[in-house]
Design a protein around this ligand. Sequence first.
Ligand code: ADE
Ligand code: ZN
Length: 334
Amino acid sequence: MEPCSFIYRLPKAELHLHLEGTVTPETLVELSMRHDASPLDLAQARALYRYTDFSGFLMAFKAVSEHLRTAEDYELITWSMLESLARQGVVHAEVYVSVGVVYYWRRCEFEPLFGGMERARARAESELGISVYWIFDAVRHFGPEEAAPVFRKAAQLRPQFPSIIGIGIGGDERRTGAEPFRDLYAEARDAGLHLTAHAGETVGPESIWGALNIGAERLGHALSAIHDPELMDLLAERQVPLEICVSSNLRTGCCRTVEDHPLRRYFDSGLMVTLNSDDPALFESDLTDEYGLAQKRFAFTEEQLRELAANSIEASFLPAEKKVMLLRGIESLK
Ligand code: ADE
Ligand code: ZN
């Protein structure tokens, strides 16, 4: 069912979105025609998006990422992503880019590719009125040695590109927890970067404690916090923002059914919940769908959806003046 017009009109921020996960099979065919001797057809491209569990999903994410080669590719996918976000009423986005995949699998320089992303960002800011920050994401199961150049590149480029706002760790937390990244997180914080981490997506609450212990300011997924009352209390008391991604959790099998998902219980317990789409092309669900799901399957009222949108602005890394301005837009929406 189509999300209602209130959801589209609601000014909101998307805080957990992977650039590579926004690439549709149609765009992948276009990119493949640019680069491959025997380009993928649409059926072959679609086949790359099929998976049955979390490990399969990570493989699909890698397969899509491998087709992104040039600065022009990154410019195209960034522009397509931002056009889609603007259509959904997203006024600000903080987007993960998997620099770790570029370094580890492609062994190539990231800066020229980032140039393409920046061109699309600047154009979208002026033509679509949407602001964008980048979060440089490392692949945690490659270990801290591979994460170090990712975070250091963010620190090195940030003075020239203030759109680089933070760092994060994605990938397989079953293989690598947060603790090995402690020193690198401290170094990134000292460089003025914000700290995020996927945590408690595929494993228990100990992974969320681990992320908090190394200084993560915002948590991706945090599904398993529901099993730890002490952690729930702490998250509520500190108002730690949670980047909740319901469709992602259902499609990867991290959460079995909608009824099992803790979104409603988190919200009712006073946690700082935000809604996000994670990898919309791989989950066939965008941010308006996530708000629609909250309304239809979790009984969120329009006033509560407004609260979720306000949370997304408050939990962003935007400066206070801009937050105040955007929050006014949410309050005044009829
Ligand atoms: N990379 C892209 N999406 C991810 C997710 N949901 N979990 C871990 N790594 C990811
Ligand atoms: Zn993610």
